[in-house]
Design a protein around this ligand. Sequence first.
Ligand code: ZN
Length: 213
Amino acid sequence: MEEDHPIFCFQHCSRDENILCLSLPNHCPLCSRDLQTTQMLIPPFRLTYPFQCAIKSPCSVVIRPTHGSFLRDYTNSSNLHVGITNTKGSVYDYDEGGLHVHSPTWTSTETLTIPVIQTNDTMWSHTWNIRLEQWAMQQQWTADRYNDTHHNCYDFVLGFLQYMGLDKCLPCASNRTEFCAKMIVPKTTAAAKYISLYRKLYKDKVVIQTAAP
Ligand SMILES: [Zn+2]
């Protein structure tokens, strides 16, 4: 499995400045003193990582860019690919190649996940797996029936949520546009902030931000 990509934050000599980095520099970018031998006001901690590996997110809608990865390739005009996980985190997804189960394209730690049901409810979990299997077995998920606009990965995922009757409590599951606006865009917006900071750090090594008062 791939490693995730942490961003660290610390304060050295000023309460007013947060120092962000991908790996700790030798010297403080503010006062130039050696970080190994001088005390920090706040030792390095990891910013919340917005992504997860699909295998760690059972019974969830999972999202990745159709091409490439979030940190390296994603822009707000990128196409997204969605799938759904069973109780063990195996992804079921549908694309122009047909239906895939547990495809290696989902091993990245850069996946956005939306948990749909609590997996500690064993009754529900059991039903989820059985119904997901039934849904995936249907003849409609073949490569030749794939269509970019009206029979695609969203139809597979939202169709499953409807098949589970979950559109009753999650009304946006009955409509792709609404589902994107209510469930996916909030996730990609939060991730975009992390992505832009990550890319800036990759280029500049260190970013100084004014600390919130
Ligand atoms: Zn300093």
